[in-house]
Design a protein around this ligand. Structure first.
Ligand SMILES: Nc1ncnc2c1ncn2[C@@H]1O[C@H](COP(=O)(O)OP(=O)(O)O)[C@@H](O)[C@H]1O
Ligand SMILES: [Mg+2]
Length: 322
């Protein structure tokens, strides 16, 4: 995944991890025989512009709207649908539905294709179970878990044959709602802690067709214990019951900073491990992969690159006419 902020390359050239990626076999880190996700395409070495991340601080709360079109066997959802402010997405360098093809959109198209293939194989009984549940994790905070989880969800929602439920599973520091400009409400942890609460009632619909959000809910102080309880399996099963086309993406807490990530790994069929260029160290990556070893299929996604060994630049082809 290329870095979407327009910051010029440091004078020292490629980062340590970028240089290492040329000689180090990251696949050896994971036990999955599947190939890693594709490496990030070319850098955007562009004039300096204000970092769009600053826009994320502006609270934008969505207002209730009419639901967008849904799939025939879509989730029975009775709550209020909220509009998502497209400008708020743009300010944070997130995929903007219905907008022109961008490099970011193209990159996530490639990433999601492999995940959807594994999900489909899992459903057909040809792969590991729960392939439709995807954990987006990384060793430390700030490496792009939420950025990638939200973009992945936006990208999958655009699929004609899939809908997506994005679950904020970072119970201590939830940020999916603020990233999307959605109002707060009860969520997964509330449904785990209270057997009388139906998890379906916590789900938020959006005006982006096929995109649903399950907030983290209120942290309890015993989050990991609730997650490790037998009720978790039942609650998560309800999220995909009668919905063969639904993909569930979990925005995870950092594996090395909070214990829920390793417990969540028991409940998913795929993990996307974010490796942020210039940030994630190899030892931390190895530790994180080890901690999530309950999931057999861990794919690495290099985030925030500003270079490409092959000169690929996605998104530049569309719109070109002779
Ligand atoms: N490829 C990228 N391009 C631009 N900004 C990014 C990229 N990846 C992450 N960010 C930004 O970095 C910050 C930290 O990312 P975030 O997803 O919140 O990390 P995490 O969830 O791992 O703590 C956010 O402001 C996010 O918008
Ligand atoms: Mg996050």
């Amino acid at each position: 995944m290329t870095d979407q902020t327009k910051i010029p390359l440091p004078p020292s050239g490629p980062s340590l991890i970028e240089r290492a990626s040329g000689s180090f076999d990251f696949r050896a880190l994971t036990r999955s025989p599947a190939p890693d996700l594709p490496p990030a395409p070319a850098a955007k070495v562009a004039p300096i512009q204000p970092a769009p991340i600053q826009g994320a601080a502006r609270p934008v709360f969505a207002s209730p709207v009419e639901p967008g079109p849904v799939l025939a066997d879509a989730m029975p959802f009775h709550g209020v649908y909220h509009a998502i402010d497209r400008a708020h997405l743009r300010e944070q360098c997130l995929i903007e539905p219905e907008s022109a093809v961008t490099g970011l959109l193209e990159e996530f198209r490639i990433v999601k294709r492999q995940l959807l293939r594994t999900a489909a194989e899992s459903r057909n009984g040809r792969g590991a179970s729960y392939g439709e549940r995807i954990l987006v994790c990384s060793p430390h905070p700030g490496e792009g878990k939420t950025f990638c989880a939200v973009n992945l969800a936006l990208s999958i929602a655009a699929e004609k044959d899939n809908e997506v439920l994005l679950v904020d599973a970072d119970f201590a520091k939830p940020s999916v709602l603020s990233t999307l400009g959605l109002p707060g409400g009860p969520g997964l942890m509330d449904a785990l802690a209270d057997p009388a609460m139906a998890v379906e009632d916590c789900i938020i619909g959006t005006d982006i067709a096929g995109l649903y959000i399950l907030p983290a809910g209120n942290a309890t102080g015993s989050d990991t214990e609730y997650l490790a309880s037998s009720r978790t399996g039942e609650v998560l099963a309800r999220l995909t019951a009668h919905a063969p086309n639904r993909i569930v993406i979990f925005d995870s807490p950092p594996a090395l900073a909070a214990s829920p990530a390793s417990v969540l790994a028991n409940h998913v069929g795929q993990t996307v491990m974010i490796v942020r260029a210039d940030m994630t160290g190899e030892a931390a990556l190895r530790d994180a992969v080890q901690l999530l070893s309950a999931c057999d299929d861990i794919k690495l996604l290099l985030n925030g690159t500003r270079f490409s060994t092959t000169g690929r630049r996605f998104g530049t082809y569309y719109g070109y006419k002779e």
